[in-house]
Design a protein around this ligand. Structure first.
Ligand code: BEZ
Length: 210
């Protein structure tokens, strides 16, 4: 199945390293980061899961719960987690789904059959508190993801959710943002009392709202 932006994230029940979860119940009112990795006991995946664990504080600050998935079974996950903790020197503080029947992987289109029949590629889904898909990313098995970029995207999504702004190319936390082009000129003074810079009628910068 192909999951597109704006779709409702499919719910599921899954066996994980933290017990059985109902995805929606587990998410509650949080944002979600659901990401697949190809296989347990592989080097790139080991670094990715260690990195997500290291960034736990950053995800929590943003009200984001993280959930990993591969098509290995629970016993394999549990044994591998011990090795990730040893090699990456961090506690794996989030659940990993054991999707050995590939049900959730197929539900979310995480197996790209022309790439590899047997395991999930590196898919990322960011899910909003409304359970809608806000972002998807697809990386091949050979390329580890940049989780700083995923935090950056979360910040941009949450800014857009809370204020009438969008973020320019290479935007970083604290940088100037762009006023949503849908905001008509006559509303600008009221909505952006601290000021804005109009380069073109469609390109209007303002300071990042707090
Ligand atoms: C890895 O995580 O290192 C990996 C997994 C599958 C294929 C290639 C690399």
């Amino acid at each position: 199945m192909r999951i597109n932006l704006g779709d409702t994230a499919p719910n599921f029940t899954a066996a994980t390293t933290h017990g059985i979860i109902d995805f929606y119940e587990w998410l509650g009112d949080s944002w979600g980061l659901l990401f697949s990795h190809p296989e347990d006991y592989t080097p790139v995946c080991t670094t990715e899961l260690g990195m997500v664990a290291n960034l736990k504080g950053e995800f929590t600050t943003r009200n984001v719960k993280t959930l990993a998935l591969s098509v290995d079974d629970l016993a394999t996950h549990q044994a591998w987690v011990k090795e990730i903790e040893e090699t990456m020197q961090v506690k794996i503080n989030f659940p990993i789904i054991a999707d050995d029947k590939k049900e959730i992987a197929e539900l979310y289109g995480m197996i790209h059959h022309n790439s590899n029949e047997n395991f999930t590629i590196r898919s990322v889904f960011i899910i909003g508190p409304d359970k809608k898909i806000k972002l998807t990313l697809t990386y091949p098995a050979s390329v580890g993801r940049n989780f700083d970029e995923i935090l950056r995207v979360l910040d941009a999504l949450q800014l857009n959710d809370n204020f009438d702004v969008v973020t320019p190319a290479n935007w970083e936390q604290g940088g100037k943002v762009i006023i949503d082009p849908a905001i008509p000129a006559h509303e600008l003074e009221e909505k952006f009392p601290a000021g804005y810079e109009e380069v073109k009628p469609y390109l209007r910068y303002t300071a990042q709202p707090k």
